[in-house]
Design a protein. Structure first.
Length: 184
């Protein structure tokens, strides 16, 4: 069964999600990659406000390609999440509830998800053109000089993802490897 969730996320919604759950996300999702994460953490460390409300927010680790005329965004596939692992625990402490990307996360990020009631979703790599169809709005809200790495507010409708890391300590990548090894 596919679960429909709407941002901003609450602890109650996050606690209901388990690894392997298929979700359709609607609402506002923020797009940010390495350079934007570095700047967000610097703002926090300086005691400055972030350019968006982080409480309950979801960040999509993605750098879009340029939009064709008439489209709000170009190809919008996930990037490797591990590059944001140095920044993610602090952002979760400040209220970040969800992350969308692809690939493994460090033990520190997985523990922070448990400690702060956060969730990690995987989006399908290589399907950026299809994922872009679920994005109905795109507005750069900070650091436009970063180009594709700027911080943007995306409006999404039924954006498909799979829970690969939950707030209960589940890691679908680990479970999948164990199950595969058992079958071989």
């Amino acid at each position: 069964m596919v679960k429909r969730i709407t941002t901003p996320l609450t602890d109650e919604v996050v606690r209901d999600l388990r690894i392997g759950d298929e979700v359709l996300i609607s609402g506002v999702v923020y797009q940010a990659r390495d350079a934007a994460h570095k700047r967000m953490v610097a703002l926090i460390e300086q005691g400055e406000p972030l350019p968006f409300e982080i409480q309950g927010a979801v960040i999509y680790y993605m750098g879009p390609s340029p939009a064709r005329p008439g489209n709000v965004i170009g190809s919008a596939g996930p990037t490797t999440s591990g590059r944001m692992d140095a920044y993610a625990p602090l952002l979760m402490e400040k209220g970040l509830k969800g992350m969308i990307g692809k690939g493994l996360r460090t033990d520190a990020v997985k523990q922070a998800m448990v400690d702060t009631t956060a969730v990690y979703f995987a989006a399908t790599g290589g399907a950026g053109a299809l994922l872009a169809q679920r994005i109905t709005g795109n507005e750069v809200i900070a650091w436009p000089e970063l180009g594709a790495e700027a911080l943007a507010r995306l409006q999404v409708e039924d954006f498909p993802a799979i829970v690969v890391g939950d707030c209960h300590g589940g890691d679908l990548y680990e479970v999948g490897r164990r199950e595969y090894a058992r079958q071989v």
